[in-house]
Design a binder for this molecule. Sequence first.
Ligand code: NAD
Length: 297
Amino acid sequence: MAEQVVGFVGLGRMGGPMSGRLAAAGSAVHVFDTSESALRAAVAAGCMAASSARDVGEKADIVFISLPTPDIVNRAVLGEQGIAGGSRVRIVVDLSTTGPGMAGRVASGLAEKTIAWVDAPVSGGVAGAKGGTLAVMVSGPKPAYALAEPLLKNFGRLFFVGEKAGLAQAAKLANNLLAASALVITSEAVVMGVKAGLDPKVLIDIINVSSGRNSATQDKFPRAILPRSFDFGFATGLSYKDVRLCIDEAEALGVPMVAGAAVREMLAVTQARFGADSDFTSIARVVEEWAGVEIKG
Ligand code: NAD
């Protein structure tokens, strides 16, 4: 089979390094982002700038997207200047966290144009995107997956979960609910420890060899909260969006999420206090403010 020409739309914290990895692996990659600086950085990494999402669909057989919200995904694919308006594109692979509902709707819209939709939400953060060590959850029609698979392997470990549109999104939402919950509950536990007089670094060291260890104690606290840099690389607005999508999906399926709803509200508070663009490790600062202490040694 002839080499596929690749496209990439959305060159942010995740899409930037991922499109760079495809170019470094030898693919011709046509890219677009509404941000000039993101586009320039991708060109510096070996990609070719396109003038719109539609232009990417005009030039590439298979187009990857990594965009912030379900509505933006919908517009960038099916909107007036969207990828599906291009004459060449045959497969769209969504690396964003879009949620099963929107994934199903966009897949139906594309099916009318005989373009296949593959969900491929990822986990592992900016470090995983740079290093090619992400978990990549995939669902979609098997023939399209077969074509996407060699390219997706550049991003990390693949988990094909089935052909139903949006199924991989459900796996991703389950994971992100847990990641956000761990951050919220760890913030409460550590702030309690600090107010009681414990050194937070010692407390985190204890937890990391004890039964309370989790992704926040092992990664987010040592990397972005104890040094007070609050720069883990995932925006509060995106985490809030993920937990909202998860609870909406649970509600649609008849699954009550009592603890999940509390986590969603903590993200709403964090967004109101520090803004949607703040890093989601700012959750810890909300708990600090309420308790009147700072997590520092
Ligand atoms: P980001 O905000 O850093 O990047 C999004 C990019 O999309 C930006 O460069 C923005 O300019 C661009 N964009 C917005 N609207 C556009 C449009 N209409 N057309 C073209 N480009 C447009 O976000 P991110 O952190 O890279 O996340 C992207 C997706 O990946 C989200 O769905 C997020 O939930 C998911 N995700 C993020 C992480 C993480 O750790 N950052 C991890 C896993 C999954």
